[in-house]
Ligand binder design. Structure first.
Ligand code: LMR
Length: 393
């Protein structure tokens, strides 16, 4: 049986990790996978996470199963963090295996509710969105998103394309810090998107994987909150991997905002059912770290302060890279790097140029020229700037 399996195409982002590890050159730079690294190249365990883990270790008396949808403390604390003022009687929630698990369960839920569903995704989007949908056999179409000229959002194209989504279709949106481009909508543009969805009855699925990495914890949730206020049905897949730095704990959550309490109960039951079918109970340790932090004023304040340090470090690196490139190129054509937000920026380089960066300068980025700003430090920024110019970008 097993010998009849077909070889799988490796995920482009994960493949890069292996290539980077195998490279023996001194001074190699990894700007591939979306993981934050400090100036020492370390992905630190955040202070509040350590403190919460200690507290859990000291007080936890059992490892018995939790609820199928996860612990209420975690789900409530996350609802507060993401949505703030939520109509509790309309909100269903599900602890998931990371943000990816939340995306998967959201798509499963959409298909369960509407077997004819089509998903509308930005072009480009996180490659795993597409991979999951292909694997599920879920039809999807792309909407225009990135303007290759300005490296900003092609908003006219986006509006025209998402208007084609029909009632009950899903429109997958990145709540902040668009992955892979780093180009984001303004609040006024989000309002226009909400109006289009309101008119068509298409349902937004908001992927919120980087809350706190763009303009701030509250600012990054503003578009999601506005959509949740305005539209009758909204799905939100949030991740704690990045903002709590607990990547390997696989901590995520799916919210389903329903039209009324009866529909919420149906959604809640179906969501718990989906957990049971896929992996039964969701992981608890990361969720418990998060709820311990979010429900304790001191831990929360310390975590929020460290998250701000991380965010400001990335903004500083963006500014430094844009300025170095302005000097080296004698032009402002790289200023978009300072305007993008989140972990990533799409440079707009050709695959050949990306290959040159790898072979000539040992700089690794995803083939579509997505670079992870958080993989840089103030010493590697000038190296990258020089290499970008040398590669003819
Ligand atoms: C990324 O886009 O690099 C991250 O979301 C990590 C991943 O799983 O791909």
């Amino acid at each position: 049986m097993l010998s009849s399996l077909q070889p799988q195409t490796p995920d482009s982002i994960l493949k890069l990790i292996e290539e980077f590890k195998a490279d023996t050159r001194q001074g190699k730079i990894d700007l591939g996978v979306g993981v934050y690294k400090d100036s020492q190249g370390v992905t630190p365990v955040m202070r509040a996470v350590k403190a919460a883990e200690r507290r859990i270790w000291e007080t936890q008396t059992t490892k018995a199963y939790t609820g199928l949808a996860g612990e209420p403390e975690y789900r409530n604390a996350m609802a507060q963090m993401v949505l703030k003022d939520v109509p509790a009687d309309r909100l269903a929630s599900l602890a998931t295996v990371g943000g990816t698990g939340a995306i998967r369960q959201a798509l499963e839920l959409a298909r369960l509710a509407n077997p004819g569903v089509t998903v509308h995704v930005s072009n480009p989007t996180w490659p795993n969105h597409l991979s999951i949908m292909k694997f599920m056999g879920l039809p999807f179409v792309e909407y225009r998103y990135f303007d290759a000229e300005t490296r900003g959002v092609d908003f006219d194209g986006l509006k025209a394309d998402i208007a084609r989504a029909g009632k009950g279709d899903i429109v997958l949106l990145h709540g902040c810090c668009h992955n892979p481009t780093g180009a984001n909508l303004t609040m006024a543009q989000w309002e226009e998107v909400a109006a289009i969805l309101e008119a068509s009855g298409a349902i937004p699925l908001i992927d919120l994987a980087y809350q706190g990495f763009g303009d701030g914890l509250e600012e990054d949730a503003a578009a999601t909150r506005m959509i949740a206020q305005r539209l009758p049905e909204v799905l939100i897949a949030a991740s704690c991997s990045k903002n709590f730095g607990i990547y390997r704990e696989r901590t995520g959550i799916l919210f389903a905002l329903a039209e009324n309490a009866a529909a919420r109960d149906l959604a809640q039951g179906s969501m718990a059912f989906l957990n049971r079918q896929n992996y039964s109970f969701p992981p608890d340790h990361g969720a418990r770290i998060v709820s311990t932090i979010l429900t304790d004023d001191a831990l929360r304040a310390d975590w929020a302060a460290e998250l701000e340090e991380v965010r400001n470090t990335m903004l500083g690196l963006r500014a430094q890279l844009a300025s170095d490139l302005r000097d080296l190129s004698g032009s402002d054509r790289f200023d978009f790097i300072g305007n993008h937000r989140g972990m990533f920026s799409r440079l707009g380089a050709t695959p050949e140029q990306v290959q040159r960066l790898k072979s000539d300068a040992a700089i690794y980025m995803v083939g579509d020229s997505r670079l992870n700003i958080a993989g840089l430090n103030r010493h590697t920024v000038p190296v990258l700037a020089r290499a970008i110019i040398d590669a003819g970008i």
